[in-house]
Design a protein around this ligand. Structure first.
Ligand SMILES: Nc1ncnc2c1ncn2[C@@H]1O[C@H](COP(=O)(O)OS(=O)(=O)O)[C@@H](OP(=O)(O)O)[C@H]1O
Length: 203
């Protein structure tokens, strides 16, 4: 990590930290007062998004249904498949809570990050103890992209949207499969809401 002045904070982003079992201990031993930010979205949508991304790189993989279930007729979900396992947020959170206080962890709603980016960024800034500099005026909704974009990032006078790999069209999944996965995730989601004290309304 780079050194910082007292007036600065260092931000580092690695999506896999949250689901890496050794990460909490290592980060806590480096800096126990670290603040952690995790973006979470409906785990069913997350799994489909994850699969869509993998499929775009490896078109020959089995279908989503084949990977998601150990046994489709009994509805036994394959929790060893990463796309499924990552969305069992409460299991991962439990490992972090062995090393960090709940107040050190902030969860961003992936859904609200799209519908209300300024609101979500406002809460992130509050969590980091920063003045609310990023507000509504920094975002606009780009109809072509179908997502909010930044009006003017610091380094440029041009508007900036996220790249093509963010916000791609998901593969179509049978409604029945979606329902089975919703059922599967419900108890994990409920425990997660109780632990973080916020209902993300995925159920
Ligand atoms: N403003 C804006 N523009 C584009 N995309 C946005 C935005 N805000 C959130 N999202 C959602 O971010 C999802 C991709 O983020 P990931 O964390 O999955 O990306 S990655 O794993 O680092 O590739 C991506 O998921 P998919 O829609 O499933 O592709 C988006 O829904």
């Amino acid at each position: 990590m780079p050194r910082t002045l007292d007036s600065q904070i260092t931000l580092e982003k690695t999506p896999s930290y949250f689901v890496t079992s050794e990460a909490p201990r290592r980060i806590a031993s480096m800096s126990p007062e670290t603040k952690l930010i995790v973006v979470v979205r409906n785990p069913v949508t997350r799994a489909i998004s994850d699969y869509t991304q993998t499929l775009s790189k490896k078109p020959d993989i089995p279908t989503f249904e084949e990977l998601a279930f150990k046994n489709r007729s009994t509805g036994a979900v394959d929790t060893s498949w990463n796309a499924i396992r990552i969305g069992m947020y409460i299991l991962h959170l439990d490992s972090w809570l062995r090393y960090f206080r709940p107040t050190q962890i902030h969860f961003v709603s992936g859904e609200r990050l799209i519908t209300d980016p300024a609101g979500e960024m406002g809460r992130v800034q509050d969590f980091l103890g920063l003045k609310r500099i990023i507000t509504d005026k920094h975002f606009y909704f780009n109809r072509t992209k179908g997502f909010p974009c930044l009006k003017k990032p610091e380094s440029s006078s041009q508007p900036r949207c996220l790249g093509k790999s963010k916000g791609r069209i998901h593969v179509q999944i049978d409604q029945e499969v979606i329902e089975q996965l919703r059922e599967f995730y419900r108890p994990f989601n409920i425990k997660f809401y109780e632990t973080v004290g916020h209902d993300f309304r995925w159920d």
